[in-house]
Design a binder for this molecule. Structure first.
Ligand code: ZN
Length: 135
């Protein structure tokens, strides 16, 4: 099931993707998760692409930054519910690397940016594995 997005969230992500082009943009989706794991995105946080090297095909978010965001969100009853990033001049599909680093339960939004314009937006979610009760 796809996440729900508050007004303007989509526009903010598109703007970030256009601004970062020809590099990848990346950021965090902030919101709430219901008991049925339904996600509602209420705000986004732009993050610096920390990847050392070719930023047009890779992105990396500083784990310390994630930690600080979490600390700040906690008292407000909000949490990190997903990640967004862009694929400059590439389709909005998960790369091998994206798939490898995907965390279950989080919403992953990928935007395809062609010639500086966002032409496609897709979101992905990895199923939460069943809890292992043996340990
Ligand atoms: Zn990617």
């Amino acid at each position: 099931m796809m996440a729900k997005y508050s007004k303007n969230i989509y526009e903010q992500m598109v703007l970030a993707a256009k601004k970062a082009y020809p590099n990848e943009c990346c950021g965090i989706l902030v919101g709430k998760k219901s008991e049925q794991s339904e996600i509602e995105v209420t705000e986004i946080r732009e993050a610096e692409n920390q990847f050392q090297g070719q930023k047009s095909v890779h992105f990396k978010i500083d784990p310390l930054y994630l930690y600080h965001v979490e600390q700040e969100l906690d008292p407000r009853g909000l949490e990190i519910v997903g990640v967004y990033h862009s694929h400059p001049d590439c389709p909005a599909i998960l790369s091998k690397e994206d798939e490898k680093y995907m965390l279950p339960g989080l919403e992953y939004v990928i935007m395809s940016v062609q010639n500086g314009e966002v032409v496609d937006v897709k979101s992905y979610k990895k199923a939460m594995p069943p809890l292992n009760s043996n340990n």
